[in-house]
Design a protein around this ligand. Sequence first.
Ligand code: AMP
Ligand code: ZN
Length: 475
Amino acid sequence: MKVSIFNTMSRSIEQFEPLSADTVRMYCCGPTVYNFAHIGNLRTYVFEDILRKTLEYAGYRVEHVMNVTDVGHLTDDADDGIDKMVKSSQEMGKDVYEIARFYTDAFFKDIDELNIARPTVTCHATEHIGDMIELIKRLEKNGHTYFAGGNVYFSIDTFPQYGNLAKLNLEDLRSGARINVDPNKRNPKDFVLWFTNSKFERQAMLWDSPWGIGYPGWHIECSAMSMKYLGESFDIHCGGIDHIPVHHTNEIAQSEAATGKQWVSYWVHGEFLINDTGKMSKSKGSFLTLQLLKEKGFDPVDYRYFCLGGHYRSQLQFSWDSMQSARNARLNLFQRIVSLRKETKDQNIKNLGAAEKYVQLFENHMAQDMNAPRALAELWSMLKDPELAATEKLAGALRMDSILSLGLKNISIDTDEDEIPQEILDLVEERRIAKVQKNYARADQLRAIVEKAGYQLKDTPENSIVVRICNQMHK
Ligand code: AMP
Ligand code: ZN
């Protein structure tokens, strides 16, 4: 299978060719851990997981590196604001390292529950300060930096390709308004590599450096850690589209100015998840988390299914109604797999047979810039095809799920109603009565309890079907 992918650098779909024949080296910008990930962030990690699994499906070994931004510094382009880690630590009464550990653990719990494969290397910024200092020293030696007002800056005028990724017009930038621009900057787009002059009231994480005690700028960690683990040139760099104009633009400048080589071959960016109030933002405080979805009775895999319903380069609009539709479709899918399992008990399900043509179409959609919605539609067409044997359908579904990762292979069924414990059946009955009485809050609560106990509920017009399902791959 030959994979094509949209490269933000060329703004076109390109045939993917890795630098080495059978291994893909891929770097994904990871979470900032001063708060929970919101479901917008998680959409990006789902898309990156789909990319990785598509490449693995195509036969590549993928070295997947992701950073964890546990240094409590600024992440906005204005280079001012408040130290988010210190703010969280004050709010929660914990030290900054505890905060980082708490939210890192919460992040990986979300990742596991969404059936996202863990990166082959996860690297923490706080453990790589020495690598960042070495890289800044290299940039300094090559004449790309200046020291002003206590901080080390990258001078974008020393790097003529600056802004290529975002197609920035540098003349416009130069003549642009200098409102709120740090007066130490020679060019408004210059950015800090190392701060010794903190703008925060209290800076909790500080390290010694050749320029004085301080902390790194935000962008340098990704350049330093990606090159440490993947080499000075590698295949793919991913992230959300918000990273194109500043973070990735600055990462390219730092990396290529240091090495003199092309750093990344393919830039792959995922579009945003939006809600009715617009973009979700971690720093604005109020946002939707996976935990909240679970409290509302959704399974994390419902959210994965919801994400698969949109192309990764299109904005996806979140609403509770569309979440419910995703849930219904996913439960329906699970029911079909349950039925197929019943039908094919003890039979060999390895052979694709007539499902081959659907698998082929599925592969074509995934190989052509990861068209997950169309690929998912092939799964459904296959399941509904009356010409196919149950074993073929099951074999096809499991093959497709090696990318989709909805946990189909882990569905263990309890076909015998009698084996559902009485207390679960009582809860289902109590929920039915709550629904008749239009007490939907109680009904949702009961659904959540039943699901927590490891059962799935599927509502039909007549009643609710309950099945025992283990649907998460990492349990
Ligand atoms: P952060 O933890 O804020 O650094 O973001 C982690 C990842 O989520 C980055 O790749 C961002 O580009 C991405 N991201 C942030 N907001 C959204 C959103 N609303 N939808 C999709 N991805 C997002
Ligand atoms: Zn990054």
